[in-house]
Design a binder for this molecule. Structure first.
Ligand SMILES: Nc1ncnc2c1ncn2[C@@H]1O[C@H](COP(=O)(O)OP(=O)(O)OP(=O)(O)O)[C@@H](O)[C@H]1O
Length: 493
């Protein structure tokens, strides 16, 4: 008998069929990867499993009994626990790690609030012991890195007797070292009989972990692949067409310099470096979390400044006092945290897909202040077509789009107008491999600008860049060769 048996789930949102007869089953101690292009219905399936949504039809059996949780808490009490994207793992920042680990027990009354600090530490240490990880119990939760916050969330879930752990893009903002650490941990859980349903767009994740892969397309399960898994075939089933070559031709640096950094110091005390990005070139900056990727991009975008050194844009001194000055000079940026930095909150004017794309351009497109020609709608329709954005239409709320499609909308914003330098911080987070390749082709097509991309995923860097540079301790190192980054088992079709 399978531990979990999902049979023919269907669920519509208005005219969108998010799940269409989707089925999947899973045994104890098994890691099943759920693959699907952006908008295929993965998150919706997870939300039905965790009691956020109720399916229109279909049946779920959990340990042989009918399962229809009304909330994530109810699902968790039955042993089905969901841990969301690593970027979304939030907690109360001022709690200690020990308190964060015990949070659910306080809330449901299993532990009294008035525990002494020593008892809290003991109880928390027991939880970590049981799951076999070490974390600094006295540290402020808010001071932990993303990877450690992720581990707190998983440890918390396991201490609540999870038998099925659902992980929705857990490595989205982890570097490859941190991902390896997570894989090791997940394999230990598997050996103890815990089942894992794993959603990720990173093929390296799936190759290292999955016992089998279920592919969703248009809300329907369209293929199951068992070991040895043919990932090329799984991806083609997922995107419904052959995969293009994953490795672009590295182009020679023929363009003139767009951005030049001389003796740049990112943080007081860090090693000064020179760095140039040329017209027509796509450069990827790789490095672990905290190495300084985002700080460098932010300094170039006028959000923060260099501690020392100089910048030139198109040969002229460039020291933007803020993002507005950077944009005026032709430097645009899509930051890492799209929810906070790029999207208008739900319920506010400007939350539509068309507005998301056009917002920074409206003044230029409509100098009179009246939106008279419908250009923002036309641009949105064009972007939907060019980037394959899955949405009900240009007026759909950005919040009704799946995560990957939101990310494409943010990219479409900076494709709608010419720029000199495009800065992208983790642009492929949550974007499926098929869409990633489409976007890469669009990015590489621009001969008239320079593109600088920060990514913690070597596979992405390898696929997108003419040149890769590495950042460590807030200093750039050039001259890394391809072999260093070529991911094992690179997929080429
Ligand atoms: N609350 C909602 N209201 C309207 N439409 C929705 C809602 N939630 C999801 N959808 C739609 O259902 C479809 C499936 O979305 P879902 O988020 O499940 O995709 P996904 O496979 O998780 O995609 P991604 O890889 O981009 O996260 C999409 O077309 C999405 O726009």
């Amino acid at each position: 008998m399978p531990l979990l048996d999902i049979q023919s789930l269907s669920l519509s949102f208005g005219s969108t069929l998010a799940l269409a007869d989707a089925s999947l089953s899973l045994q104890a101690g098994e890691i099943v990867a759920l693959m699907g292009a952006n908008g295929a219905g993965k998150s919706t399936l997870v939300k039905v499993l965790s009691g956020v949504h109720r399916a229109d039809s279909g049946i779920i059996f959990w340990k042989g009994a009918l399962f229809q949780p009304n909330s994530p808490a109810e699902a968790a009490r039955s042993g089905v626990v969901t841990v969301h994207q690593s970027t979304d793992v939030v907690g109360i920042p001022d709690l200690t790690v020990a308190d964060a680990l015990l949070l659910d027990r306080y809330v449901d009354g299993r532990e009294p609030f008035f525990l002494s600090a020593a008892s809290v530490r003991r109880a928390a240490a027991r939880i970590l012991d049981e799951v076999g990880i070490t974390l600094p119990l006295e540290r402020r939760f808010g001071d932990l890195g993303t990877a450690d916050r992720q581990l707190v969330a998983i440890a918390r879930a396991l201490s609540n007797k999870a038998e099925l752990l659902i992980l929705d893009e857990p490595t989205a903002s982890l570097s490859s070292n941190e991902s390896q650490r997570l894989y090791t941990f997940l394999r230990v859980l598997k050996s103890r009989g815990i089942a894992i349903l794993y959603i990720s767009h990173r093929t390296t994740d799936l190759m290292s972990l999955a016992d089998h892969v279920v592919v969703l397309r248009g809300g329907r399960d369209v293929g199951t692949f068992t070991r040895p898994i043919d990932f090329g075939a799984a991806i083609e089933t997922m995107i419904g067409r052959p995969l293009k070559s994953a490795r672009p031709d590295r182009r020679a640096l023929s363009g003139r310099p767009v951005l030049e950094l001389k003796q740049a110091v990112l943080l007081p005390g860090s090693r000064p470096f020179d760095f140039t990005v040329h017209e027509g070139e796509v450069v990827a900056i790789t490095g672990v979390l905290g190495a300084g990727k985002s700080r460098l991009l932010s300094a170039i975008f006028g959000r923060g400044a260099l501690a020392a050194g100089s910048m030139r844009l198109d040969g002229r001194a460039y020291h933007p006092a803020g993002p507005a000055e950077a944009i005026a000079a032709g430097v645009v940026m899509a930051a890492e945290d799209r929810h906070r930095s790029s999207l208008i909150p739900a319920g506010w004017p400007g939350e539509s897909l068309a507005a998301t794309i056009s917002l920074p351009h409206l003044k230029r497109w409509y100098p009179s202040g009246f939106l008279y020609s419908g250009r923002e709608t036309r641009e949105a329709v064009a972007a939907i077509r060019r980037l394959g954005i899955k949405a009900q239409g240009p007026r759909a709320s950005i919040w009704s789009l799946s995560g990957g499609n939101q990310q494409k909308a943010v990219l479409a914003r900076w494709e709608a107008e010419p720029s000199r330098l495009l800065l992208l911080d983790e642009p492929f987070q949550g974007v499926d491999v098929g869409a990633r390749q489409d976007i890469i082709h669009i990015l590489r097509d621009h001969r008239d600008r320079a593109t600088l991309i920060a990514t913690s995923d070597p596979e992405e860097a390898y696929e997108v860049a003419d040149r890769m540079v590495h950042i460590s301790n807030h200093s750039l190192f050039e001259g890394a060769d391809d072999a260093m980054y070529a991911p094992e088992g690179q997929l080429t079709a």
